[in-house]
Write a protein that binds this ligand. Structure first.
Ligand code: RP5
Length: 162
């Protein structure tokens, strides 16, 4: 199976990255995670990204806050699908990172999820990999059904309580 690459701009992004790794582990998808920053360690971003396709990656998720250029810098160096997760920081509630991640020039797409949306980023990466992996596709369908069932159970509980 293709691997998912996870790149975070700082270890302070780890709580959001952990939301993604939990989903990838649940689905049995291999992944590799790194702390590489577009600003602080651009050479490592370049080396990882330029070789990602040859190294068996099928999608890359980038996590960054503040002036969040990481996803764009990665997307500029590969035609693998790149998913950007804008991470909330103390001053602007993540709006800074959201706009820096989502407002890409045409030609270099980044699929941007919600602020701190680590779980959806992993699910989207899984859906991309599942287009050529029928076992994973079936797992994702089963997860959707079981997640829906949890909501229906809560609805039934609420009905019984009120
Ligand atoms: C970004 O700046 C990182 O992705 C992080 O979200 C933010 C703050 O980084 P630290 O100062 O906590 O290392 O590059």
């Amino acid at each position: 199976m293709k691997k998912v690459g996870l790149i975070m701009g700082s270890d302070s992004d780890l709580p959001i990255v952990n939301k993604a790794t939990a989903i990838l582990k649940e689905l049995g998808i291999p992944f590799e995670a790194h702390i590489y920053s577009a600003h602080r360690t651009p050479e490592q971003v370049d080396a990882f990204t330029s070789s990602a396709y040859d190294n068996g990656f099928g999608a890359i998720i980038c996590f960054a806050g503040m002036a969040a250029h990481l996803a764009g810098a990665v997307a500029a160096r590969t035609v693998l699908p790149v998913i950007g997760v804008p991470c909330k920081s103390s001053n602007l509630d993540g709006l800074d990172a959201l706009l820096s991640t989502v407002q890409m020039p045409s030609g270099i797409p980044v699929a941007t999820v919600a602020i701190d949306g680590g779980a959806n980023a992993a699910l989207l990466a899984a859906q991309i990999i599942a287009t050529s992996d029928s076992d994973l596709y079936a797992k994702l369908k089963a997860k959707r059904l079981s997640d829906a069932q949890k909501v229906l159970n809560k609805d039934a509980d609420l009905l019984a309580k009120l």
